[in-house]
Structure formats: C-alpha cells, structure tokens
Write a protein that binds this ligand. Sequence first.
Ligand code: ZN
Ligand code: ZN
Length: 315
Amino acid sequence: MTKTTICGTDLHILKSDLPSVAVGRILGHEGIGVIDEIGAGVTRFRRGDRVLISCITACGKCEYCRRGMPSHCEQGGWILGNTIDGTQAEFVRIPFADTSLYPIPENADEDAMVMLSDILPTGYECGVLNGAVKPGDTVAIIGAGPIGLATLLTTQFYAPANLIVIDLDDNRLEVAKKFGATEVINSADGKAVEKVMAMTAGKGVDVAIEAVGIAATFELCQEIIGAGGHIANIGVHGTSVTLHLEKLWSQNITITTRLVDAVTTPLLLKTVMAGKLKPKQLVTHHFTLNDVMKAYDTFGNAGRERALKVILTNS
Ligand code: ZN
Ligand code: ZN
C-alpha cells in the first residue's frame, strides 16, 4: 500500500451498522499501491506496477459481473475491509487483480487517485446516474460529506440549473459553495423543506440525492421531491425508514438504491487526468499509517476538525 483513506462506511462499521464485518477485520477499501507479488492467475499486472484499488472486487466472469453489476459479484463485490482484510495496512491481498485493479497513469496525482477507489464512482453511479440528472434540472444533495461533495462534483457533468446542498455543518456548506452548489441550506432550523419549496416555486426538486444514511435525510428527500422526480439513495442505512407511499403513489417518483459497481472508474480516471474533475480538493488531512487512530479521531469528528477525506500514507 502507498496511500489509503477512511470511508464513512468504516464509521458505520464501528457503529455496528454492518454485521458482516467480523471483529478484528482490517478495515479499508480504498487506496493505491505498488504490486509486490502476483498470484498464478494474474496476467495483466506485474511486480512493481503502480495500481489503483477498486472498492469493488470483480471476478469478471459471473452472471452479475457480466451484467455490469460487480457489486454483487458471486465471489467478490464489496469484500475488502468487509469479509476479507482491507487496505488500511502495509500490504493487502486483492483477489481477481486483473479485473479489480487499474494501472495508475504517469503524472497522476496520488491523492486524487485515492478518490477514485470509492467516493467518485459512488457519488457518480449511485447519485448522479441513478438520479438520472439532466441538463437544466434542479438537484438537491442531502449531506455535504465526502460522498455528497463527490456527487456535487460529478453532477456538474450534466449541467443542472440549480444545485442545492443541504447539511447541518456550515463549514461543509461553505465548501459545497466552492465546489459548485448554487444554493446551500443549513437544515438545523427544521425549515429545509420550506426553503426548498420556496426556491422551486412550490414544485420540489427533479432529483433528490440522499448522501447521509439516516432516516431523517431519506424523509427529507421524500418531502422535497417534485412530480416525476428521482430519489437516489447513496447512504448506508442501519435502521428502517418510513416510505410515504400515501403521498408518493401518485407522483411518478422513482426511488433507486445501489451499491457502487465501480464500473465508471475508467471514465472518471480519464476526466481526472484531463483536469475536468479535481477530486484532490476533497483531501483535507494527511497522516502516516502509524497514526491511524489519530486519523480515525479526526475523520470521526469531521465537524470539529473540518475534515473531508484524510489520506494515510504508508511510510
Ligand atoms: Zn467507502
Ligand atoms: Zn463476478
């Protein structure tokens, strides 16, 4: 491993939201590294190659992989730092390396590459693509953490007219403005619905993207979605949420869920290398791997520390 990072999902794991993760598991499903050793089945990589690790392991051969849905790969999917040891370590074993790693181009910024393991494909696939964002749309992103901000960056591929970001943290909303939000709302006063309705002439938004993973934010999406709209859930939910079908049944709403497939990583890598997408701005803190507990403390208290993504360097 050269560099890795901590994901919001790792915090959900620490809160016991994900029972699949056994006690003692090495966490982490993001990062870049240099190949130290290859298994007999690997044909596309050699010792010494610099590689980007996808958060999704894909065998490339099973039914789900062939359907472009490696998140549900029969032998892979999200297994790193979940059911097998992950990337917050000096070394990591990557199964199905040929279809789960990407070569890192020369001149690539290493911190930017780490953002391609998970948060950029997650924001783009689960939020932007599932939300079917179109030019001219009014899009609301609920949650301005790293995933919400990655969604905010990639939503702009489609030129939405209005990009409303909702969060409880003024610092994050400030960042969202710098990243392209046209309106920001601090929902602490309980008036987010009212404000969104005022901004949209009472119609609601075309796309509501949930990037937190709690009941209140999914409820908010249901309250601000306009007729014909899309609610795209990204958040990792640990408890059930009320579905207001009594209001939504007649509103031509589409609700989507997804575990990132990371099938758009090559596309996103090209946009990063071309300078069209600048994910390095998501990195706020650097630590060495030996200071991993300090890094968790910083990331776990993101509001206090003004933290977005933290990079852990193995040195
Ligand atoms: Zn993640
Ligand atoms: Zn597969």
